[in-house]
Design a protein around this ligand. Structure first.
Ligand code: HEC
Length: 135
């Protein structure tokens, strides 16, 4: 059977439009915040929109092309200042987020991680702790 281009092309265009539509919709859903500064307020929001991409929704991290350490039951988080310093300044493969987060956001997300995923560190960090880590 010989198909004429004039019949195939519109069908192809329709099929392509269909195939592209979902990815176009996805592109409008930002993985990271659309603003230079994150707009998220609570630690849970920050985690879901910033950290989860690498450390996973259960906090257990992942290993593949890179290793994303588990934050679940992570004893290094016992020292609150450690999490703050990693988030503000980065750590080798982890980007620094200090420039994109307010002191409140840094404290909120570190407090969230320290009080979830099996971590039970209840001594909450303050925005001042984050401010000190920037110096
Ligand atoms: C782009 C991927 C990525 C994102 C996003 C990310 N991390 Fe990380 N994180 C890493 C990697 C990779 C490491 C390991 C760095 C190393 O040791 O080389 C790490 C390490 C850490 C550590 C230290 C763990 C340890 O055992 O020493 C903490 C704490 C941490 N991340 C918290 C966070 C928090 C909180 C967020 C969200 C604000 C976040 N990370 C976002 C990739 C990421």
């Amino acid at each position: 059977m010989i198909l004429r281009a004039s019949k195939i092309l519109p069908a192809l265009a329709l099929a392509l439009a269909g195939a592209l539509a979902p990815s176009a919709a996805r592109a409008q859903t930002p993985v990271l915040s659309p603003t230079p500064r994150f707009a998220e307020k609570t630690g849970a929001e920050m985690y879901a929109n910033v950290c989860q991409a690498c450390h996973m929704s259960d906090g257990k991290g992942a290993a593949g092309a890179a290793v994303f350490p588990s934050l679940a039951g992570n004893v290094r988080l016992a020292a609150g200042g450690y999490g703050v310093s990693v988030v503000v300044s980065g750590l080798r493969g982890m980007p620094a987020f200090g420039g994109m987060m307010s002191d409140e956001q840094v404290a909120a997300v570190v407090n969230y991680v320290r009080a979830n995923f099996g971590n039970k560190y209840t001594d909450a960090l303050t925005p001042e702790d984050a401010a000190n880590a920037r110096r």
